[in-house]
Design a protein. Sequence first.
Length: 158
Amino acid sequence: MSHPTIQQFFQEDHERLDALFKAFQALKRSDYAKAKDSFVQFKFGLQRHIVWEEEILFPLWERQTGMAEVGPTMVMRAEHRQIGESLEAIHQKVQRQDPDSDQEEHRLLAVLASHNQKEERILYHAIDNILTEEDRAAIFTAMNNIPEERYKTCCGSR
C-alpha cells in the first residue's frame, strides 16, 4: 500500500484546518452555534496535527539527522507553544460566546502563516527525502494509533 508523501498529507491537513478556521471567522457574528462547531473541529484538528508532528515526525527527523538540540524541530516546537497559547485565548472567548476575538485570531494566524510556510517549504520536504516507504507506512500507522484523548483536549489541559 502506498501512502501520500508527508508534504502532501500535512499540507492538505493545513488547508483543511484553514478552511475550518475561516468558517469560524465567517460565522461567529451571525451563527454562533455553527461557528463554535467549526472552531471545535479546528481546535481538535490543530492539536492532533501538533501531536502528530511532536510525537512522531519530529523524533524521527531528530533520530535520522542528529538535529535534536538545534535545527528546525526546535523552532517548530517553540512555535507550537505560541500557537497553543493563541488557540487557547480564542477558545476562552468561544466558551463565553464572545465574538470579539479578532486580535487573538490575528495573532494566531500570524504565527501559523510563518510556521506552516516553513514546514511546507522546508521541513516536510526534508523529512520525505530521508524516509523509506516502510518509514512512511510506520508514520501513518502511528498517527492512526494516537488516542483521541491526546488531542481532543479542552480548556488548556494537555
